[in-house]
Design a protein around this ligand. Structure first.
Ligand code: CAA
Length: 283
């Protein structure tokens, strides 16, 4: 099976990055948002990122134009009916994802692979909403999608060898290095990242150092591109909490228990960079 047309569900931060990455690699991409306002915001995000790539010398002006022309926006899920691969990047809500996958299962032809960019929900459970669980897989990209070189592929209990093979080839075709994880909470990267971020927040909460010194310590002491509190703001404190809670629910291990400060910051609307404030101010 050759993938030519890709459908993306959701044009938020991750969805927009996925659309851009696929279009730059030559795929025809249709992206669906739930209303026109969100769709226009998502398309504007893609346009801005393509311009940034040209400005940084990562992309030719002509290639940027070609990529942009391969992208179509829609507010109808039915418009994704011609997709060979669908990548769902909607909000992290299992009931919503099951509804989307059940609908896609009816809309899309028999050969279509249905995938989710979820960072914490079970692909096996999402697949249970369809009649084609062997063609359901996790394709977990990293933020910022156009820049981060990894694609984490999540093989659910019933995912077929063929679906895994096609997904790996797709990862290669969009210039990502692929790793394959089983369908367990956090997969590979978040299984190890989330306890690290939670420990950092616990360290800050205990008053052992300033946030700036914790970040500088890790950034310069371990050569990380960002300090962990900056990274938590960048990932989103609500997302960090959501993934931690999902992992704690499953493992009941205190390593995944969210520190009170994190939960309270989210309750107070401090979601990190996207909300204008988290551990740091971004206004
Ligand atoms: N398109 C293409 N390339 C772009 C680009 C764009 N729109 N914007 C920037 N770039 C390129 C730049 O040209 C640059 O490349 P070179 O180094 O080859 O010159 C590179 O990307 C870095 O860009 P910047 O100089 O603008 O930014 P920076 O050096 O300050 O790095 C960063 C920014 C890439 C975000 C870096 O700080 C970083 O890697 N941070 C960590 C990010 C991370 O860990 N993300 C994963 C989060 S976890 C997750 O996503 C999963 C989950 O489920 C929670």
């Amino acid at each position: 099976m050759e993938i030519k047309t890709i459908g993306v569900v959701g044009c938020g931060l991750m969805g927009a990055g996925i659309v851009e990455t696929c279009a730059k690699s030559g795929y025809t991409v249709k992206v669906r948002e739930i209303n026109d306002e969100l769709l226009q915001a998502g398309l504007a995000r893609i346009e801005a990122s393509l311009k940034k790539a040209v400005k940084r010398g990562k992309l030719d002006e002509a290639d940027s134009k070609l990529a942009w022309e391969r992208i179509t926006g829609t507010i109808q899920l039915e418009a994704l009916k011609d997709s060979d691969l669908v990548i769902e990047a909607a909000v992290e809500n299992m009931e919503l994802k099951k509804e989307i996958f059940a609908a896609l299962d009816k809309i899309c032809p028999a050969h279509t692979i249905l995938s989710s960019n979820t960072s914490s929900l079970s692909i096996t459970e999402i697949a249970s909403a369809t009649q084609r669980p062997e063609q359901v897989i996790g394709l977990h990209f990293f933020n910022p999608v156009p820049v981060m070189p990894l694609l984490e592929i999540v093989r659910a209990l019933l995912t077929s060898d063929e679906t895994l093979k096609i997904s790996r080839e797709f990862g290669d075709s969009v210039n990502k290095t692929t790793v394959v994880a089983k369908d367990t909470p956090g997969f590979i990267v978040n299984l190890l990242l989330i306890p690290f971020l939670l420990d950092t927040i616990r360290a800050y909460e205990s008053g052992m150092a300033t946030k700036e010194d914790i970040d500088t310590g890790i950034k310069l002491g371990l050569n990380h591109p960002m300090g962990p509190l900056t990274l938590a703001d960048f990932v989103g404190l609500d997302t960090t909490l959501f993934v931690a809670d999902a992992m704690y629910d499953e493992f009941k291990d205190s390593r995944y228990a969210a520190p009170p400060l994190l939960r309270r910051m989210v309750m107070a609307g401090k979601m990190g960079k996207k909300s204008g404030a988290g551990f740091y101010d971004y206004e």
